[in-house]
Design a protein around this ligand. Structure first.
Ligand code: ATP
Ligand code: MG
Length: 416
């Protein structure tokens, strides 16, 4: 992609009420645009990152045997009345009336997926039925001040599983926990499994995946001998006496819920016939990852004073090629040549080909955007390579300050 053609470039103007680091850098870098509190457009650069995160999650969910679907965002009141959540979760939902009928925008999909599943399963042979989607959630968040960490509208991956037995449910539950750890590792994060209460979702104990961060809204506790951390909300008096107790600020990036049969399967009559011919409710579990929140967490965790430092696995491009052109046709030609060479080798490149922007601004933009590798073609790189008509470029990683002058072929082998 030539930067001169890219829609939405870097900007200095950030809305005054935007205080979160993730929002500041993402807005300045041209990744997102703010419509109102808690509501953002993903611009081309932001969408590229979001799709890379999505693809990692998709691969790990598919590896568990789950299948991708896409469920509606506009829901009739009746379906939410089946579990009583039209009233009990009213606070968080965007409910409204149109032509004398009541609806809500989706804040989650348990009721919707259970309606689909009950229509498509009859016997134990149809189980497990495990489906997931990536879609928008709408939530009436009162404190929408953390940029894309807490949106009123955000992208979630939610997976729902239904099983024949409790044992099957737990087996899959821990399989998903492992898959989640892989997802977070692949995007460069260390996630801490944390026991937590289920809120408007369930009375059972659930597990959250928390990433340590000073801006985290959650406080979690760890202690000697505990297998999992505990969220402050569930800490009892006994827990507070545990040896080696310590505390961390953290951001929840995902969570998993072992619902069982009561709240959803029984109230919505999601039944199957078992091997003996008996009708039974399915064992139900749900598993969420906040995709756009994860993108915000990456910025909170990986940045310096100059901008974002994307992990390679989710960077919008692998290489940021900067041409210091100075109206010199030789340098321009050389920069174009390097760009083509990288593209031919299948490298994802953002090429700053702007003619009217100086070196200082281009380097500042590259640091702000945060692509892992920066390559520079300039009069300097041409001169120092007098031998082969300048087949060298300046190579620098976003994480280090030193640069090196190397062959284009060497660049390609390093990228592999
Ligand atoms: P939180 O405790 O942060 O309010 P939650 O427990 O309500 O989140 P879930 O309903 O379980 O969250 O959603 C699954 C995942 O979606 C969360 O782990 C989080 O990563 C993400 N998420 C939840 N609410 C938001 C939001 N308002 N904006 C962005 N992501 C969110
Ligand atoms: Mg939570």
């Amino acid at each position: 992609m030539k930067y001169s053609n890219l829609f939405a470039k870097t900007t200095k103007s950030v809305p005054k009420d935007e205080i979160a680091v993730n929002a500041k850098f993402l807005i300045q870098g041209g990744f997102i645009d703010k419509l109102m509190a808690g509501s953002y457009t993903l611009l081309p650069l932001g969408r590229l990152v979001e799709r890379k995160i999505e693809q990692i999650v998709r691969e790990e969910m598919n590896a568990t045997g789950a299948q991708e679907v896409l469920m509606p965002l506009l829901h009739p009141k009746e379906i939410w009345n089946e579990t009583g959540r039209w009233d009990s979760a009213k606070e968080v939902m965007y409910q409204f009336e149109k032509n004398e009928k009541e609806y809500t925008l989706s804040f989650t999909h348990e009721e919707i997926v259970m309606d689909v599943i009950r229509k498509h399963i009859t016997s134990y042979k149809d189980l497990p039925a495990n489906v997931y989607h990536f879609s928008t959630k709408f939530r009436n968040e009162l404190r929408a001040k953390s940029g894309i960490l807490r949106g009123r509208e955000f992208i979630m991956k939610d997976l729902y599983s239904t099983h024949e037995t409790e044992e099957d449910m737990w087996k899959y539950y821990w399989q998903i926990a492992d898959a989640y750890l892989k997802v977070f590792e692949r995007v460069g994060l260390h996630a801490i499994i944390t026991e937590a209460a289920g809120g408007v979702f369930t009375d059972r104990l659930t597990h959250e995946f928390q990433v340590e961060s000073p801006v985290g809204e959650d406080t979690i506790y760890l202690a000697d001998g505990w297998k999992y951390a505990k969220n402050e909300e569930i800490m009892n008096d006994e827990d507070r006496k545990a040896p080696g107790l310590r505390t961390l600020k953290a951001i929840e990036v995902g969570n998993i819920f072992p619902y069982g049969t009561d709240k959803y399967a029984e109230s919505m009559n999601v039944m199957f016939t078992d091997k003996t011919g008996e009708r039974k409710p399915v064992w139900f579990g749900a598993y969420g990852i906040g995709i756009t929140r994860l993108m915000g967490v990456l910025v909170e965790v990986f940045h310096d004073e100059r901008g974002i430092i994307w992990p390679e696995s989710v960077a919008p491009y692998q290489v940021h090629l900067v041409g210091i052109l100075k109206n010199d046709p030789v340098i321009k030609e050389k920069a174009e040549e390097v760009y083509e060479k990288l593209l031919d080798a299948g490298v994802e490149v953002l090429f700053d080909d702007r003619e009217d922007v100086g070196a200082g601004q281009k380097f500042a933009d590259a640091d702000l955007i945060g692509i892992p590798v920066r390559l520079v073609v300039s009069s300097k790189t041409l001169q120092q390579d007098s031998g082969q008509a300048g087949d060298k470029v300046e190579f620098k990683k976003r994480t280090v300050s030193a640069s090196e002058l190397i062959d284009c072929d060497e660049v390609l082998s390093r990228l592999k």
